[in-house]
Design a protein around this ligand. Sequence first.
Ligand code: FHN
Length: 600
Amino acid sequence: MYRLNQANRVLRYLSGRILLASIIFSLPGLSIGTEKPTASAKDAGYEKRTEWFRQDKFGMFIHWGIYSVPAGEWKNGKDHAEWIMLTGNIPSPEYEKFAGRFNPVKFNAREWVKLAKDAGMKYIVITSKHHDGFSMYDSSLTNYDIVEATPFKRDPMKELEAACKEAGLKFCFYYSVVDWHYPEFPAKYCQNGFHGAPNPNADLEKYVTYMKGQVKELLTNYGPIGIMWFDGGGSFSNAPMAQLIHAQEIIELIHKLQPMCIVNDRLGLPADYGTPEQFIPGQASKNLFEVCMTLNNHWGYNKYDDNWKSPETIIRNLADIAGKGGNYLLNVGPTAEGTIPEGSVKTLREVGKWMTKYGESIYETTTGPFRKLPWGRCTTKPGKLYLHVFDWPTNGKLTVPGLKNKITKAYLLDDSKAKLHVGQGDNSEPVISIPQTAPDAIDSVVVLEIEGKPEVEVTASSVQQMEDGKILLKAADATIHGDTAQYESGGGKDNIGFWTNSNDFVEWNFKVSRPGGFSVTIAFACEQGTGGSEYTVAVAGKDLSGKVRETGDWTTFVTDELGVVEIPNAGQYTLTVKPRTMPGYAVMNLKAITLVPVRK
Ligand code: FHN
């Protein structure tokens, strides 16, 4: 039982993360199932099949199903959407009636694809089947699908695939692993144990056979598929999902049918990329990732939700995400008539205008070299830095903190391509002379052509001593060494987590202007039953020792005092946190280290 508990806790700690099974299967003495460890995401075909994904950067997510018939409204409220079957507690026989009312006569695949293309999007991921179990494509394995069960009688996926091919966009499928309608899907693995027609004899193995059959249909009948975007939606909680659904076999089936199809990280196994949802990671990632986000507050159509994100938010998100090496998958939720809500269209049209002018600074770019920039973000291509300036300096000077490279040319990426003078600041950092008025109100792009690989002074990402003398070393400002530990934010987290390899360590660079004695404190969280890791904090030539105590869960943070260090001189310093032991499956969630001046 302990082993399963341990495995469950690992699953919860790492849920939906790329390294899940490789960690589980590497845990000493912990074997949770028959699934042999998956081929790592970095298998031989990885680079080739992910090349387009790393270049294209921006895609359209489409959540479309018979849940668009009630359009977010049900007996118990108006805030529903694609989850309405569960949130409205609608039994299958009643929910199925929506199919008979689903007739999207205004659906026009070319129009949808044109909207995506004009917005600068390069791929489309559409729900072939969401948690409600309704197949939005012509499946030979069920009559509960758009061709047999609705008056529409057409297969929109065929039409969308053809329109994408014509327009040069990648066509991709979302597929929900959890199924609230299929009689062989056990309610116990559904979210909150909800199923539209719970069957006490449900056999998950039979459902997995059905799911594999549908995956095979999707990868056989619709041409080249860019991504299989699996989703569990929080189902299988406290259960070894990857083992139960034979995830490894599904990945192998996909690669057998379409070796170039990439797979996201929601089958519970190492996959081709990670899927932070509704938030942007705090710093660049070593692994590929794709931020998926709604344009309003719902994935599926809700007729009351007009809380549309502005073009500014979307464009700046895109620059932020691309500057961290990620992709942006932005969602639309079409109506039951087959139209895309006007609020989405308006924002996407404005985003498209910016992308037409500045797309070069997004497509085929990768992570910028700066930890943070006071005025915006940075994306790069070999020999080029694209400075995304959100806050245009009014003094005509754009400072590029810490850049060490020789700049051979600087210019605006707008229509003028106006050349800009490059000077030097007090600390010999580049200072670009720029026009008084920003070329773009949302994100003006300045291009620096440089010699060699981007190099930035460590001091540029140094944490500065605060007015009150404190030195606050936050997780978001840390440099993380190793393959598992990573910065996580959103959902009450702003810490270094997934720290499941005790060889991984964390480092900060900071600047002391007022030397003296400092008390060193650490803010951390650790789930019950996972504590006990011992670690060393090394700073200014002194080692302080600490031991992780349990705080209850991964988001209950406490602060421990580790001791006092003397920093005799002003200058640049480094502090590291290195685990010495890790009795559990993770070291800790580390929020911050603070150096507090001690009064003599
Ligand atoms: O439960 C789903 C939700 O409906 C939506 O499909 C999102 C999109 O990423 N995925 C799950 C929630 O994480």
